[in-house]
Design a protein around this ligand. Structure first.
Ligand SMILES: Nc1ncnc2c1ncn2[C@@H]1O[C@H](COP(=O)(O)OP(=O)(O)O)[C@@H](O)[C@H]1O
Ligand SMILES: [Mg+2]
Ligand SMILES: [Zn+2]
Length: 281
């Protein structure tokens, strides 16, 4: 007892929080705070002798919460919320040629993420294209987005081209939102990802909206990633004004994706799993 009293006199601060493995530092109970008692203040009137201080994990948790929020608000398709660039499997494609094409695309994606600060400074994005649906364009774009949010805390808006147009259209006749606010969001976001650009011919209104967003982003050096089933050059058939493809040509590096659908393979694999459940091995 005497020992305890002596040691408290020397160091009157007692840590009340019992550390648990919920804290990555092993210091707090996972709450991000450590409760301490200052025994020297015990007999002082109107003075709190217990208080909490930030654990070293607090900033880290705060950062993680911000990242989770950004991931949540980004619009990345939920099925790809955990997709990473590294788990992009180039061995799934059946021909050597497609595997090579996928390998080149994957390396470009890795390099884009690694060099994002430079790409961002110059407003350079990517243009992933292949005619075939299900070849991995949306998946690769999503995994780049996931990586940029986690590594750089990037602010990202991921949207299908058709949804971008319909969001603008929805504002017509609405009192709460107007078209220019919606357009401004996509013009100004740090990194915009437009999925499935130009799936079909565009009306001049649609062309105007896409041009408006792209022109602003080019002028202001804001990077954009696009996926499409036509080459940048062939965009002219869909946006006949000819200005959309010129902007995109300046803003995005073209990356060719394999002309092979992984979706069919995935479905077969998935069905095989369920066959095992239903019919046994
Ligand atoms: N290289 C890959 N590694 C793992 N899964 C892939 C790969 N490429 C495609 N997939 C899967 O195939 C399906 C179709 O991919 P998706 O990105 O939607 O194709 P696209 O956008 O080209 O139409 C998705 O379920 C995706 O998870
Ligand atoms: Mg897609
Ligand atoms: Zn902690």
């Amino acid at each position: 007892m005497n020992d305890a009293r002596n040691s408290l006199a020397l160091d009157p601060i007692e840590i009340l929080t019992v550390p648990s493995d919920k804290c990555p530092m092993g210091k707090c109970d996972g709450s991000g705070f450590i409760w301490i008692k200052d025994w020297s203040k015990r007999h002082e009137k109107n003075v709190m002798d217990e208080c909490k201080k930030e654990c070293d994990c607090y900033q880290q948790q705060q950062k993680q919460r911000e990242i989770d929020k950004k991931l949540d608000l980004s619009g990345i398709p939920p099925i790809f919320s955990r997709a990473t660039v590294h788990s992009f499997d180039t061995s799934l494609y059946t021909s050597d040629e497609d595997r090579n094409i996928a390998e080149v695309a994957k390396i470009a994606a890795v390099n884009f993420v690694e060099n994002y600060p430079i790409m961002k400074e110059h407003g350079k994005g990517l243009y992933l294209y292949s005619r075939v649906k299900g070849s991995g364009k949306t998946r690769l774009a999503s995994s780049i987005a996931n990586a940029l949010i986690k590594q750089y805390g990037a602010d990202i808006a991921f949207i299908k081209s058709a949804d971008l147009i319909s969001q603008v259209k929805k504002t017509f006749g609405s009192k709460e939102t107007n078209a220019s606010d919606v357009v401004a969001t996509f013009r100004k976001v740090e990194l915009l990802i437009v999925d499935d650009l130009a799936l079909k011919g565009a009306t001049s209104f649609e062309e105007g909206v896409i041009y408006d967003v792209m022109d602003y982003r080019m002028e202001n050096k804001k990077p954009t990633i696009l996926t499409s089933n036509v080459t940048i050059q062939d965009l002219e058939n869909i946006y006949p004004g000819g200005r959309v493809n010129k902007r995109i040509n300046k803003m995005a590096m073209e990356i060719y994706m394999p002309e092979e659908s992984i979706r069919d393979q995935e479905a077969e694999q998935e069905n095989a799993e369920f066959e095992k459940i239903l019919f046994g091995e």
